[in-house]
Design a protein around this ligand. Structure first.
Ligand SMILES: [Zn+2]
Length: 392
């Protein structure tokens, strides 16, 4: 019987990919995990899809395909991260799950997908309208955690669930994907949605949001936040020892504490080769960083550099950025100055045309930060491997 179940799950995934081909990349990035402990079907933050064999056995493949598309919707839309960003009490996560379900299902209803019975649809939420985001729908819901037992797992709202394995005991085949790979999958799916003809409105907007800024600073910043959260998981962010814990049938959710906001530094190349147009582009990227990090609070610390490192200034709006320079280019002193700065950087963004010497390794003073090089309209694209390179 086990074999039959797994085959039906595989058939349902293939069916889902046939129905909405632009989601195929996301569907096949998932790792299915059979579990008697999960009540229905759920996802985790490593894109594992837990499925209950008894529940699945009672559904036609058509509806199982709908369930696949639903669960993948939580992962693409980063519902777990978005709930964490709201700063709401953890016991209300379940209501965000409900809101996310309604947003996903609105699109699937539009696309003519049949879902398993019992799901949340827009019509169940008073005041809900087509095109509302999960955050907007969440605000319409009662602030009571006990009105729902919906739980799509840690891929939908933060916190490891009882059916999700301890990461240290998982074998290679069930390890799932990491946050960087997940971001790649999201970008690819967004690109496929853009080139597809008929797409539900919510998915089209999601793809535009993801792809529109030259650099997706939301993803970059989230990736830093997630990495930090993973480093301290179990010791600081998630705790089962807090009174905030709460039970729903068969589930104990941990209380979640927010990690501190990421510390972001930007180094702007202001050498002579950076003309007005290039500097304007740099400013628009800094604006993107400021806008995105505004949601998680904290200034972006900006320094301009040609061969001389300028003054490091915290800015909360792009209007506060002062760029000085105009000489030759050597960004290395500025990068190491940033690496020595306090508070220590989580993310260092270097904006340049690439015409600068680079060090072969990250500065000794800060090897844990994520370093991103944004290459603006230059021809020099050779950047050392310790940078994530983005060409705009
Ligand atoms: Zn769901």
């Amino acid at each position: 019987m086990t074999h039959d179940d797994a085959l039906r799950m595989a058939a349902a995934r293939a069916r889902a990919a046939e129905m909405l081909p632009y989601l195929a990349t996301a569907l096949f990035a998932c790792t299915p995990v059979r579990s008697d402990d999960v009540p229905t079907m759920a996802v985790d933050d490593r894109w594992r899809v837990y499925w209950n064999p008894a529940w699945c056995a009672g559904l036609p493949v058509r509806e199982l395909a709908g369930a696949w598309l639903h669960e993948v919707g939580h992962l693409l839309r980063e519902h777990a991260t978005r709930f964490a960003e709201l700063g709401e009490p953890p016991e209300l996560a379940i209501m965000f799950n409900v809101a996310g379900d309604a947003a996903i299902n609105a699109d699937l209803d539009d696309a003519g997908v049949t879902l398993p019975p019992g799901g949340v649809h827009l019509g169940h939420i008073r005041g809900a309208a087509r095109g509302m985001t999960a955050e907007q729908l969440y605000r319409l819901l009662p602030r009571r955690p006990d009105v729902s037992t919906v739980d799509c797992g840690s891929g939908a709202t933060p916190g490891r669930r009882p059916w999700e394995p301890d990461p240290s005991t998982v074998d290679e085949a069930h390890r799932g994907i990491d946050a960087d790979r997940a971001d790649q999958v999201r970008r690819q799916v967004a690109a496929e949605i853009r080139s597809a003809g008929q797409v539900p409105a919510g998915l089209a907007r999601w793809a535009d949001d993801l792809l529109d800024p030259h650099v997706d600073w939301r993803t970059e910043l989230n990736s830093v936040v997630r990495r930090k959260a993973a480093e301290v998981a179990g010791t600081r962010d998630y705790t089962y020892a807090r009174p905030a814990r709460r039970t729903v049938p068969g589930v104990i959710l941990p209380a979640m504490r927010q990690p501190r906001p990421p510390v972001v530094y930007a180094v702007v190349d202001t050498s002579g080769s950076m003309d007005r147009d290039r500097l304007t582009r740099c400013l628009s990227e800094i604006d993107g960083i400021v806008q995105r990090s505004g949601r998680i609070r904290g200034p972006v610390r900006v320094v301009s550099c040609d061969t001389v490192t300028g003054e490091l200034r915290p800015v909360r709006s792009v209007a506060e950025v002062v760029l000085t320079g105009g000489g030759g280019t050597d960004l290395r002193p500025a990068i190491s100055a940033v690496a020595r700065s306090r508070p220590p950087a989580d993310l260092v963004v270097v904006l340049t045309d690439g015409d600068t010497p680079w060090d072969p390794a990250p500065p000794r003073e800060n090897r844990t930060a994520r370093y991103v090089a944004v290459l603006v309209a230059g021809d020099r694209h050779d950047v050392p491997r310790w940078f994530r390179k983005i060409v705009v």
